[in-house]
Structure formats: structure tokens, C-alpha cells
Ligand binder design. Structure first.
Ligand SMILES: Nc1ncnc2c1ncn2[C@@H]1O[C@H](COP(=O)(O)OP(=O)(O)OP(=O)(O)O)[C@@H](O)[C@H]1O
Ligand SMILES: [Mg+2]
Length: 382
């Protein structure tokens, strides 16, 4: 699946854009503040129901407007639309004209992955972003993961509430309740950790293939460690029993499947302490490609890869390696750049008909390659 056409109405500075995409490769070039990241944000919003830049959905509406719309027609002619009304605070999801209530339906229809200039700092900066990354992939490829994860979070919430209750009252009834939720929590943690371990192992196999292309001189020095969320060789119930007092003072569960992490090493040292910024970005791209190609293999909907400001951090040889990787990735890719010149390695790799290039200026988008006036949907205000 790929995005065939995108329409935005009052989405940030994209007042009214209608863009027809190439099924494989699309470049958007424009000055600072022209609307490139906003365009990727609009596509990301359709896949996730949220932004990669802000948690405040209302700030996505064009200044002084009270609603915005993003809609996509995919290559199978399926129409996916999301709109938000700021006054009521409601987001409306429509798939082929039918309303849906849950954002999770979006992920069944569209799988969006994004890499921005900030991504690698967040990814290597702490476990939160790594957890988000892995669970996004799991959600797409492990069918029962979503339900299991929901049950896990429900039990986690109950257990945390019980920990706080016991810390205050210490009654027998509350302690019995905590034992009950702890038992449930341990079982679900073990189940979730097991599916994750399988998934991470599958991604590691894919990762090596992309590292050979993107970081050829380093790939054989990389190792990956999956941490399940409690000491590997200990049983979770023992760990929780031994940490009862600590959990009571913190007021939440200190161990369990929610505390998992995946760490990456170069010669046994954390990659973020060994790799340059450009190399870290390439490493994260390799990981993203690994996840995207894995999703593409097992899911009926192919992922769409968004790369914002491709020139940032990457020199010409890194961009050449990246263009080779993109050529091998069987997914739609949408790339933004401030200067067209940074795209040269990608254009050299593509043959003429394999891409479309757009210019972005003050929120207006026009096709600059191929030079075909029929494609020129710019300036069309909906
Ligand atoms: N809610 C909004 N309504 C209208 N305009 C907005 C809104 N939010 C941001 N903008 C403006 O939209 C413009 C486009 O921002 P965007 O981040 O998409 O630019 P960009 O092309 O990615 O720039 P850069 O190359 O610097 O990353 C900016 O001028 C920004 O100030
Ligand atoms: Mg930007």
C-alpha cells in the first residue's frame, strides 16, 4: 500500500493542499518554514492520530481556524480521513466514508515510520523512545500483541494503585489484593516479554542486512541486547518480593514488561558513546529499515517511510549509502530537504521514472519533476 493522494485543509500552514504521490519515492524541497515537516506531520497524523512534534493536537490547526482535515487515498482506492474540531475537542476518523471511534483502526490500514533530525538523539537518549519504536513494530506484526498489551496496562494500573493503597493502610485485605494483582502482573509480563524477545530477535536479523549497506565498516562489530524489564536470570515474582519496600516508597511497579529496553553496542560499548552523530543517524535508519522491511513482509499493508531533512548530519557518501538502501526497500518513501543539491545521490541511484519531486513554498506545494502540467496540483485550494 502507498499514499496515492493527500489532501489537507487548515493543517498548520498547509491551508489547502492536494498532492499526488509517486508510489515509490517522493522528494519535497523548500526553504526553512515552507511547510515540509508539516506535510510529513499530516501523513504521520493519519497513521497514528497524533503528531511527532507535539502532544497538543489543537496546535495542528492553522492559526485562527477551529478545525483541520487530513485525508488520504491509498493505492487500493481506500479513503482514510481524520478531522479535528477544536471547539468540541473531537477527532473524527473515517475509512471509506464510515466513522470509527478507535485510533487503533488506523494502524490496520496504514503503517507510518518516521526519522527526523531529532530522532537519533531521542532514540539513544533513553529507553522511552526505544520502547515506543519496538512496540510500534510489534503492534503491526504480532496480531494479538495489541490486546495483550492493553490487558497488561490495565493490570499494571491496578497493581500500582494497590501498591499505593498498601503503603498507606497495610491492611490484610489490601495486601491480599496486591498479591492477586501481582500474580496477574507476573503472568502477563512473562507473556509480553516472550513475544517481544521473539520480535527483537527477528529485527536483529534484519538489522544486519541494512547495516551492511549503511555502515559497512562497522556492521560486524555491532551487538544488541534485549532487557526484558527485570533481571534476566531471576523470576519476576522473586524480584518483586525482594523489592516490596522500594515499590511502596516509589508508589509504582519498578520491574515488569513495561520496563524493557533494547541496547545497542559497538565492541561492547554503547553505540551512542562510540558513533558520530551522522553514524548514529545511519544506525537508526538501518533499524527503521529493518523494522519497515519486516512489517512489509508480514503485514498486508506496506509501511510508508518518512525522512525529514535528509541533509541534516549526513555527508555525500552517507547519502549515497542511504540512496542504495532506499532503492532496496520495497516501500513508499517520502523525503524532505532544504536544498535540492543534497538529493543528488538519490537521483543518481533512481532511474528517471522512479520518483516525483515537489517544491514547497509558503505552504503551497507544486510538482517540479516530472515536468508534467497534469501532475501540477499545486495552488489548488480545496
Ligand atoms: N498552527 C499553525 N498555523 C499556521 N502556521 C503554522 C502553524 N504551526 C506552524 N506554522 C508555521 O508553518 C510553517 C512551516 O513549518 P514547518 O515546520 O513545516 O517548516 P519546514 O519547511 O519543515 O522548515 P525547516 O526547514 O526549518 O524544518 C512555519 O513558518 C511555522 O511557523
Ligand atoms: Mg522541518
Amino acid at each position: 500500500m502507498s499514499v496515492a493522494k493527500l489532501i489537507t485543509l487548515n493543517f498548520r500552514n498547509l491551508h489547502g493542499a492536494a498532492i499526488e504521490f509517486h508510489p515509490r519515492l517522493n522528494f519535497f524541497v523548500g526553504d526553512n518554514g515552507s511547510g515540509k515537516s508539516s506535510l510529513l506531520e499530516a501523513i504521520f497524523f493519519l497513521g497514528h492520530g497524533k503528531s511527532f512534534r507535539t502532544s497538543k493536537l489543537d496546535s495542528l490547526a492553522c492559526h485562527e481556524t477551529k478545525s483541520f482535515v487530513v485525508s488520504v487515498k491509498d493505492s487500493n482506492d481506500c479513503q482514510l480521513g481524520l478531522s479535528r474540531d477544536i471547539t468540541s475537542g473531537l477527532t473524527t476518523i473515517k475509512i471509506d466514508g464510515q466513522r470509527h471511534n478507535r485510533l487503533s483502526v488506523l494502524a490496520k490500514n496504514i503503517a507510518i515510520q518516521i526519522v527526523t533530525p531529532e530522532s537519533f538523539k531521542l532514540f539513544f537518549g533513553g529507553p522511552k523512545e526505544r520502547r515506543r519504536f519496538i512496540d510500534l513494530g510489534m503492534f503491526h506484526v504480532k496480531h494479538d500483541f495489541s490486546n495483550q498489551w492493553k490487558s497488561f496496562n490495565r493490570v499494571l494500573k491496578q497493581r500500582n494503585a494497590c501498591i499505593r493503597l498498601c503503603a498507606r493502610s497495610n491492611s490484610i485485605a489490601d495486601n491480599n489484593m496486591l498479591s492477586y494483582w501481582t500474580e496477574q502482573f507476573c503472568q502477563l509480563s512473562i507473556d509480553v516479554a516472550q513475544i517481544r524477545a521473539t520480535y527483537v530477535a527477528e529485527i536483529i536479523t534484519e538489522l544486519n542486512y541494512w547495516l551492511v549497506i549503511l555502515l559497512p565498516s562497522l556492521h560486524d562489530r555491532v551487538t544488541v541486547q534485549y532487557l526484558q524489564g527485570w533481571p534476566q536470570k531471576k523470576s519476576l515474582i522473586d524480584v518483586l518480593t525482594n523489592n516490596q519496600d522500594r515499590e511502596a516508597s516509589f508508589g509504582y511497579s519498578l520491574y515488569g514488561a513495561h520496563k524493557f529496553d533494547v541496547k545497542f553496542f559497538l565492541d561492547k560499548q554503547a553505540v551512542e558513546t562510540q558513533l558520530s552523530r551522522g553514524q548514529q543517524k545511519l544506525f537508526l535508519l538501518a533499524l527503521t529499515f529493518a523494522q519497515a522491511s519486516f512489517i512489509a513482509r508480514v503485514k498486508p499493508v506496506k509501511p510508508i517511510l518518512l525522512i525529514d531533512d535528509i541533509g541534516a548530519e549526513l555527508d555525500v557518501s552517507s547519502r549515497t549509502a542511504l540512496s542504495r538502501a532506499i532503492d532496496k526497500l520495497d516501500c513508499q518513501v517520502i523525503i524532505t530537504a532544504i536544498e535540492a543539491s543534497v538529493l543528488q545521490p538519490f537521483l543518481d541511484t533512481c532511474d528517471d521514472i522512479k520518483y516525483r519531486m515537489f517544491h514547497v513554498k509558503h505552504g503551497k506545494i507544486s510538482v517540479i519533476y516530472p515536468d508534467n502540467s497534469e501532475l501540477n496540483t499545486s495552488e489548488k485550494v480545496i
